[in-house]
Design a binder for this molecule. Structure first.
Ligand code: AMP
Ligand code: GLY
Length: 428
């Protein structure tokens, strides 16, 4: 089978790595890929959101299965385009992916089907939103309806901050049309986690849960990033909690989408806060998470190709999935200047020194005359498995120390809990 993976991050390197382990996969193409994916398959110079060029490539090269990585192509309807042309793709339809691309769509669905989430009001008119906001207590959350590269949520501690966020979104259009509609939402508190499940219509099979770290510095300090590390399973997860999330949230959402005539087929990512009143949904994503995928796939024992292929054909029903109960920890090595202004072009040393069972997934890298050089803000993520989080964490930090490039930095507190209660409460 010939497989095309769309994207260029650590997530796509992990997807390609796992797919390559399948006995059924003979060739892997990654568009556009990075220096790490080039070691697994063949990189193709097509942007991840260029749906028509990807379609053309898949047709010309007789690709048997395409895998959508980032939201760029998914929310543009790549699944619909491929399916109309008779091509198999693992990605939800444009209509189903609205669960990620419109926070108001997701919220209305949750309200209609009684799925636990924060109380909120949606607005498409600035003056009414402003008047409503003024009556709310603090802190308060303002969310842009559409996609805003992870920056569309403001948890405001003061009314001035909330009003500025609202005006920036609705009047100053800092996210373009994505912020012309907003949600004003009650502020929840509790530890955060993400729950990942394969969904094919009414069929839901969990993969696993993970926590990610969004702030650049230790102890959740500094600006937000695309993610500086992750680990699985969450330290606070219990069988009861997993069961609740599956039965009260993910399964009902899958059924709701079937009922609304936009059945979901793909990976459904549920972002949750475990509040004193129980788990509540913060958001859904219509795709795998980055950097969570890099710690989840090393724990998956089943053949990933079988899962994708079954879902792409709507035949997931009898596919068994086995996930190890080991733990996995991933730590991102970032470039100097990240997240505001990352430096590129530094030579990366030491990747070949890491233990054979440790994964170094590339993100912002490229190959230059046989050497790996940095080519983005998040350069690599080093991931290690262990029988428990402590073992995995020790291994990851022993190994990341072997890799270096000028200006490299990484968080030292990923999956570290002893002196860091705050991390437990909120991964921020
Ligand atoms: P989202 O993109 O909706 O996941 O939001 C990004 C981040 O904002 C989340 O990971 C939370 O840390 C925070 N957040 C979102 N919604 C809320 C809420 N209702 N209460 C408190 N924090 C929130
Ligand atoms: N790790 C957050 C995301 O993939 O959206």
């Amino acid at each position: 089978m010939k497989v095309l993976v769309i994207g260029s991050g650590g997530r796509e390197h992990a997807l390609a790595w796992k797919l390559a382990q399948s006995g059924k996969v003979t060739e892997i193409f990654i568009a556009p890929g990075n220096a790490g994916t080039a070691q697994i398959g063949q990189n193709v110079d097509i942007a991840a959101d260029d749906v028509l060029a990807l379609l053309e490539f898949a047709k010309t090269n007789n690709i048997d299965l395409t895998v959508g990585g980032s939201e760029a192509a998914i929310t543009r309807g790549i699944a619909d385009t491929f399916k109309q042309q008779g091509l198999l793709i693992f990605a939800p339809s444009k209509a189903a992916s609205e669960i990620e691309s419109s926070k108001i769509f997701a919220k209305n669905l949750m309200k209609k089907y009684d799925i636990p989430c924060a109380k909120s009001q949606s607005f498409d008119e600035y003056q009414r939103a402003k008047a409503y906001l003024q009556e709310q207590s603090l802190p308060i959350v303002v969310k842009a309806d559409g996609l805003a590269a992870g920056k569309g949520v403001v948890v405001a501690q003061t009314m001035a901050e909330a009003q500025k966020a609202l005006a920036d979104m609705m009047v100053n259009s800092i996210f373009g049309t994505a912020g012309h509609k907003v949600l004003i939402e009650e502020c929840l508190s509790g530890p955060e986690m993400s729950f990942f499940a394969f969904v094919d219509g009414n069929q839901v099979v969990p993969l696993a849960s993970a926590c990610d770290y969004k702030r650049i510095f230790d102890n959740n300090q500094g600006p937000n990033t695309g993610g500086m590390g992750s680990y699985s399973p969450p330290i606070f997860i219990t069988e009861e909690l997993k069961d609740y999330i599956l039965k009260q949230i993910v399964q009902p959402v899958a059924e709701a989408l079937v009922n609304e005539k936009c059945p979901y087929q793909g990976m459904l990512y549920t972002g949750l806060m475990i509040t004193p009143d129980g788990p509540k949904v913060l958001e859904f994503n219509a795709r795998f998470g980055d950097p969570e995928t890099q710690v989840l796939l090393p724990l998956l024992d089943s053949d990933l190709f079988d899962i994708f292929y079954a879902i792409a054909r709507g035949m997931f029903k009898d596919t068994a999935i086995t996930v190890s109960d080991d733990a996995c920890v991933g730590v991102v090595m970032a470039a100097k200047g990240y997240p505001s202004n990352p430096q590129k072009g530094q030579i990366i040393h030491g990747i070949e020194e890491v233990d054979y069972d440790v994964n170094v997934f590339h993100a912002g890298t490229k190959n230059c005359s046989g050497r790996f050089i940095t080519n983005g803000g998040r350069v690599l993520i080093v991931c290690a498995r262990g029988r428990n989080l402590e073992e995995a964490r020790t291994k990851v930090y022993e190994n990341i120390a072997k890799i270096s490039f000028d200006g490299a930095h990484y968080r030292k507190d990923i999956a570290f809990f002893a002196n860091n209660k705050k991390e437990n409460e909120n991964n921020g």
